[in-house]
Structure formats: C-alpha cells, structure tokens
Ligand binder design. Sequence first.
Ligand SMILES: Cc1ncc(C[n+]2csc(CCOP(=O)(O)OP(=O)(O)O)c2C)c(N)n1
Ligand code: SF4
Length: 247
Amino acid sequence: MQVFSLPKSMKENCKYTFCPGCDHGIAVRLVAELLDELNLKGKTILAASIGCSVFLYDFLDVDAIEAPHGRAMAEATGVKRARPDKFVFTYQGDGDFASIGLAESTHAAIRAENLTGICINNTTYGMTGGQLGPTTLIGQKTTTSPMGRFKDTYGYPIKIAEHIALCEGTAFSARVALDTVAHINQAKKALRKAFQVQLDGLGYGFVEILSTCPTNWKMTPDEAHERVKNEMIPVFPLGIFKDVTEG
Ligand SMILES: Cc1ncc(C[n+]2csc(CCOP(=O)(O)OP(=O)(O)O)c2C)c(N)n1
Ligand code: SF4
C-alpha cells in the first residue's frame, strides 16, 4: 500500500510559512519529490531567493545559499562553476526572477550555465503586500495599481518562459500551472526535464509555474485557481517553448 508521506528531501519538522491555499506549497512539494526520485538529496545546492519562498532552506533538507533581491542566478553560477559535481537550482518569485533579477536570470541563460531555474509567477509581489510586478496582468488591480494595470502607464506583463527560450544557451524552457491535478502532473514532468538537462550537461533548464496568491488577490484558493484558468493561462499559455533534446 502506498502511504502519502513527506518526501525525504523535506525537513522532518518542516512547517510551511506560506499562507493556507497558496500554490507555493504544491510547487515546493513537487521539487522535493523529484529530488527524492532522482536521488539528488545529498548532491544538491539550492540558491534560495527573496519573497514568500525566502525560507525554502527551512523546508528542503539540502545545502543552500541565500541570494536575495534577484541575484540567485549569479550566485548559482558561482556555486555550479566551483562544484560542477553538484545539482544546483534556484527557486524564485516572478518579482525576484524577472524584475530585480532579470539581468542575472537572462545572462545565465545566454551563458548556457548548466543550472536549473524555477520561477513562481503569481502576477504580484506577494511577500511585500501585493504590489504590481513584472507579470501583473493588464487590468489587474494591485496595491500600487489600485485602478488596474494600464499598458500606457505600466507597460505589458513579461512572458518569462518565452523570453528565456529565446536565449541561445537555454536547453529547456516551459510554462506550467498548478490549478488542476492534470496540470500538476504536467508541471512535475516539465520540472523533471529541466532537472535532467542539467544532469546531462546540456545547459540551462527553466520552468515558469503559474501560481496563486489568494491572500493578496483577496480570493479563496478555489477562486484563485479560477483566475489562473480564466485570466492567466490565456495570457501566459502553457507549453514547452524550447527543448534541445527534441531536436
Ligand atoms: C519596501 C521593500 N522593497 C523591496 C523589498 C524587497 N523584496 C522582498 S520580497 C519582494 C517581492 C517578492 O516578490 P516575488 O519575487 O514575486 O515573490 P512572491 O513573494 O510573490 O513569492 C521584494 C521586492 C522589500 N523587502 N521591502
Ligand atoms: S502572500 Fe501570496 S504568494 Fe505569499 S505565501 Fe501568501 S498567498 Fe502565497
């Protein structure tokens, strides 16, 4: 009989600091399951970031280095170059990865660093109170765009997975979501691929995960998943945008 239990790559007394119903919790569990399944627990170094995932090193039982304010890909680059035998990945919010850290994130892909990047896109700066972020949807109300995001004032949301796919050194880039069981299964598959391209030495693997922020969106978790389906996926289509293993 299969028993639902904590992945071995999670700390035994791990207590999430995420709000109840937040998709960050699902994403972290998928990462931990894959670390178990690929036998990576003892050879992983995480470059943690700022934002609601700041305490990731308290949840995952792996070595970690804290890299606040968008610098995770720069730190991960140094770690991986010094220890190419280690599996190195970042886990960052969209504000961290694609706003304050856009240069670091992009250049790591352009340099074909043999790293894995995971970006949680919840269309807002969650930890700091729901401000407008680089992926905020046109029309979306945030604490710093109370009338909604107008393109004339704030510009357009960035399509991160497509942007990373355009970088020559990218081996794999995909966008997934966590709003349904089918999508969660697809997300795990994409993460596995992004892990594998690093293990095979093929370059930069990246997954953008469409996620929720029920607290700042002022929605129930179910309403938040409806927003992912009805408002986010039409703007941020799911799929694989580059995969060098597929020719
Ligand atoms: C006043 C202020 N400005 C900037 C920061 C830096 N900062 C920490 S968390 C964060 C937002 C992170 O948002 P995101 O990367 O989208 O991750 P999320 O919290 O949504 O998971 C920022 C800008 C700060 N802590 N306080
Ligand atoms: S503030 Fe939003 S993104 Fe952060 S833990 Fe709470 S629900 Fe999740």
